[in-house]
Design a protein around this ligand. Sequence first.
Ligand code: FDA
Length: 546
Amino acid sequence: MATSASATLLKFCFSLALFCFPFIAFASDNHTHHQYFFQCLSLNSANSTSISKIIYTPINSTYTSVLDLSIQNLRFRTPYVPKPLVIVTPLDVSEAKAVVYCTRKTGLQLLVRSGGHDYEGQSYISSAPFVILDLSNLRSITIDVEDATAWVGSGATLGEVYYRIGEKSKTLGFPAGICPTVGVGGHFSGGGYGSMMRKYGLAADNIIDAHIIDVNGNLLDRESMGEDHFWAIRGGGGGTFGVVVSWKIKLVVVPETVTILAAVRTENVTNLVHKWQYIAPDFPKELYMSLILQSAVGQDGNPTMRATFNTLYLGGVDELLNITGTRFPELGLTREECLETRWVNSTLIFSGITGQPLETLLNRRSNTRVYFKNKSDYVKEPMSETVLEEIWEWILKEDPGVEVMQWEPYGGRMSEISESALPFPHRAGNVFKIHYMTSWTNGSAEESNRHLNWIRSFYGFMAAHVSKSPRSAYLNYRDLDIGRNNEYGSTSYEQASVWGTKYFNMNFDRLVKVKTAVDPDNFFRNEQSVPPFSQFSQCDSGSYIE
Ligand code: FDA
């Protein structure tokens, strides 16, 4: 019995090797790859002349600028980072379908890019020869005010979505992320939280249909992809279950006037932050008060902690002052600190842009690009003042303003949605989420190492004070430190579940099942994409889920 099982296993490993050898030989000849890929594209495109205008290879003078256009993290913009053989920027869905089909046929890897904001560059970096399918031209936004819905192309940015909604209505909005240049494609695929999450949940909670190109190059909608597949694409991570070309979103009601503020405090910070942990997740759903914690130079010239209470209230200033005056009098919030405005204006100001026209929301590219490394955590119990003081020490030992923590209050709608409703499991039981951010502008190895070491050590220190078993993390704050797939060959279930359970908790197994059904050969993949059962190596000790 054992001998026969080993023989079967051996045969399997050999068949894998036979399958891989021609590919490896083929992969060494990038020129041949190009030729096959282009021939396939022209054979499968309605107009082979027009398709040549949306293809960029390293011999094109515009290749580098097209590649760089949406790279957000400068850590991945160096000459040492592997570059794509080809970038294709389709103008319509049929061209995108042809790219999927031909990339698979040619044996290349496909990376899908919408806004390019992935923290670890997973939409434009791979160690295997690869093609970038850049969706930045598929960005149409069609709004149905009567129905309070919209179809949004994956290549649109959040800023474009907010602007177009604001053009059509003063009382509709959409609950998604804070930075306007983030792309819809990756953001919706990973969940997508923003300043209305306590009232309406995540962006993914408000998606009601989608158009996706599957592994065979077919275009599917919610009905034809089926509910399991539709569940997986709303939070299970981009680059894994197909190419989503557009999303139907449910718009939400916002008052004509909202109130925003950024209250900066450098006095009594420990006490204020300590209290915030108890009250911010318990405020009315309409009130979102997040925290930015960083060091600043105090009046005496010494480093001091600074807390900024970034707030959106879906209502007028009087009501807001009433709530904060009763529940958080220590903050001492004044009317002068508050601004009443339209919701769409609040999206621009909340992103830190002031004194600019609303059209700034349409800028695709952020003006400030830096080297950065971010991480995330979920907090289940408020921390003591002593622990807070220890945290301040970590922040204060670096240069003022450089190391930043963002604390996002949970509660409200986030606690009402079940953990399994979508792949994103971080719901009731979380007090707040931590976003650790370190950034720098000088890309020298010394400077990079200093910041990377700081954030990794600090994250280590925080282990005792955050969620455990698993230590949860937010997929859209992608962090390859928490585990990754093998670059070459298959990844065991055990290995993938190291990072998978942190992002998805018990939803990871269902994601694996969906992946197995829709992409058994793991065509759509990256270093943290959910692998199918069939890819778990039978040559290692990986276990299987029934
Ligand atoms: P990008 O194009 O890099 O894609 C990210 C991943 O999704 C990649 O794996 C990619 O292959 C895949 N993908 C992209 N488009 C796809 C498609 N159409 N179909 C299938 N797969 C696709 N998050 C948050 O929740 N709230 C926030 O406020 C912010 N703010 C923020 C600010 C800044 C400056 C950055 C850099 C990032 C954020 N984020 C965020 C995180 C952001 O939500 C996350 O990085 C998203 O994945 C970015 O989506 P993009 O389309 O821009 O990324």
